[in-house]
Design a protein around this ligand. Structure first.
Ligand SMILES: Nc1ncnc2c1ncn2[C@@H]1O[C@H](COP(=O)(O)OP(=O)(O)OP(=O)(O)O)[C@@H](O)[C@H]1O
Ligand SMILES: [Mg+2]
Length: 513
């Protein structure tokens, strides 16, 4: 049975179907990544639930997406249903205890969990271009836009900031083209329209502040269990590109922010990437290469990435080769493509002389899988036909009332619930435009700035020539605005924009690093 160095997954069976032995996943190799695959209804989500429970109990925080809502039950105590008790007996799980897990619910739309946000500058031009499905030429403009924002100290937090920046760039197209290369009004306009579509799809919620702090998904409880962050992804799945880009962003953030830890006794965080095929569907080769690189390097930060998908062929070979811990549920093999998938899946295992892997894959029962994990020295274990243990938490979804209660009690309550809209590119550009307008008006002699300098004789609130009434500014107002602007620039250079400049693997691609 599992001790504190491993997670109990289930029990393997002999060729005559009798009990063989317990199958465990060594925590020490939990950061060597993993793969859970199988056709619809074969037991993937339950296997994910069992793994997440195991990691949490071992003190490892978990992040996972809940595509159908059926993973949410992990927050509630399980009940002794007959088929679960029977399964517990089959795998010699004794005692079969029930448990509820410490779950933090998240939702990009802020409905089924705490809102989860990122800033535009954190997302970076590469991921945004992918999110918006831009052409190469448009992506080039996006890179220029980010450079201009960096150089001019324009903080890009939300979509409004990006819109304002793009509008500004369209106006200055000629000057910018001379400096950076071809930027035309129509091409910027095309990006602006794509951005609008994205906004209409609800993505605007996702961009802004307060942005997710990585520390909040790396929490442990007082009793030493890892928090399980569950991302509500049912609505999100209607925009698969947003879903994939978000998870990719999160992975790259983890990679950027976490320190090197070498080979820890257990992972610092485990990240489950459900419907992982979406990550790679139609992705340009350069992005796939970068994902492959992040997956390879994130290991040394102690992060284990587990891909969950129906078909192992969904995962590019170079990524597949890095997934050490595998749970392969049943696959169908009617069409040639399905047969190919079965063969590929079978070939990735270290063979077991007791059975033919390809045949076994097509015959596995629900909640049964071919399992191979990394053993001593990181060598893959011989594949075993394994009955997966039943979960300790509830099988299936929680009710909306239960969810709201848990959200109210979560440790991040109040931290993300309200949007903060501090001064950023939108406001700064608006101010600049206003100043330019005023300067023009002054030159034309048709009026003055609405802003006056107290004590210099023109702070009289009498009607101006243009019929406008100049407001009487409070004496300290001007200074406060100036101070605020300086602070904001300092902050921006120190934080988001600064980070955009030095962004690593996924963000800096365009800069050839
Ligand atoms: N380890 C297990 N122990 C007991 N029952 C299980 C186990 N795994 C799966 N089952 C049963 O099979 C059902 C389907 O499993 P699950 O929801 O995990 O499939 P899935 O592969 O995620 O399907 P989909 O592709 O539709 O999401 C479960 O609701 C449960 O009744
Ligand atoms: Mg499922």
């Amino acid at each position: 049975m599992a001790d504190d160095t491993s997670i109990f997954i289930g029990a393997s069976r002999k060729p005559d179907d009798s009990y063989q032995r317990a199958e465990n996943l060594l925590l020490q190799y939990g950061n060597r990544h993993g793969l859970v695959t199988g056709a619809t209804g074969t037991g993937k989500t339950v296997s994910l639930q069992v793994l997440a429970e195991g990691f949490s109990n071992a003190g490892v925080p978990v992040f996972c997406a809940d595509i159908k809502g059926d993973l949410s039950g992990i927050a509630m105590m399980g009940t002794a249903q007959d088929f679960l008790v029977k399964r517990a007996e089959q795998v010699k799980l004794d005692p079969y205890d029930f448990q509820e897990f410490p779950v933090i619910f998240w939702d990009l739309f802020g409905q089924q969990g705490h809102p989860i946000r990122a800033t535009i500058s954190e997302m970076g031009p590469l991921l945004l271009s992918r999110l918006m499905n831009l052409t190469d030429a448009q992506e080039g403009i996006m890179n220029i836009a980010f450079r201009i924002a960096d150089e001019e100290g324009l903080l890009l937090l939300d979509m409004k900031d990006l819109q304002a920046l793009l509008a500004n760039i369209a106006e200055r197209a000629e000057e910018i083209s001379a400096r950076y290369g071809n930027v035309t009004k129509p091409s910027v306009g095309a990006i602006q329209r794509t951005l609008l579509v994205l906004e209409q799809q609800g993505a605007a919620n996702f961009f802004g502040e307060p942005a997710l702090r990585i520390a909040d998904i790396m929490r442990t409880t007082r009793d030493g269990r890892g928090a399980i962050s569950v991302l509500a992804a049912d609505k999100l799945m209607m925009n698969p590109r947003l879903y994939a880009t978000f998870l990719l962003w999160l992975m790259s953030e983890l990679f950027e922010e976490l320190p090197e830890v070498g080979d820890p006794d257990k992972p610092k965080l485990v990240f489950f990437f459900d419907e992982a095929h979406l990550l790679f569907d139609e992705a340009p080769k350069v992005l796939i290469d970068r994902v492959e690189q992040v997956v390879r390097l994130i290991r040394s930060k102690g992060v284990g990435v587990y891909f969950v998908t129906q078909n192992p062929l969904d995962i590019p070979e170079k990524v597949l080769a890095q997934l050490g811990n595998r749970v392969q549920h049943a696959l169908r093999a009617y069409t040639p493509r399905e047969q190919q998938a079965v063969r590929t899946a079978a070939e990735t295992f270290r063979p077991n002389p007791d059975f033919d892997c390809a045949t076994a894959i097509t015959q596995l029962a629900t909640g049964e899988a071919l399992v191979s994990t990394l053993e001593a020295k990181g060598i893959p274990s011989m594949v075993q036909r394994t009955l997966i243990r039943p979960p300790s938490s509830r099988l299936g979804p929680i009710t909306p009332a239960e969810r709201q209660k848990l959200i109210g009690e979560s440790p991040v309550t109040g931290q993300y619930d309200q949007v903060i809209d501090r001064e950023s590119a939108f406001e700064m550009l608006q101010k600049k435009a206003k100043e330019a307008q005023d300067a023009e008006a002054q030159q034309a002699g048709t009026g003055g700035s609405r802003w006056t300098i107290p004590g210099f004789g023109n702070d009289d609130p009498s009607p101006q020539p243009g019929g406008r009434r100049a407001p009487a500014p409070r004496p300290s107002n001007r200074q406060t605005v100036a101070e605020a602007a300086i602070k904001s620039v300092v902050r921006s250079v120190g934080s988001s924009v600064g980070r955009a400049i030095v962004r690593g693997i996924l963000g800096s691609l365009s800069r050839g690093r």
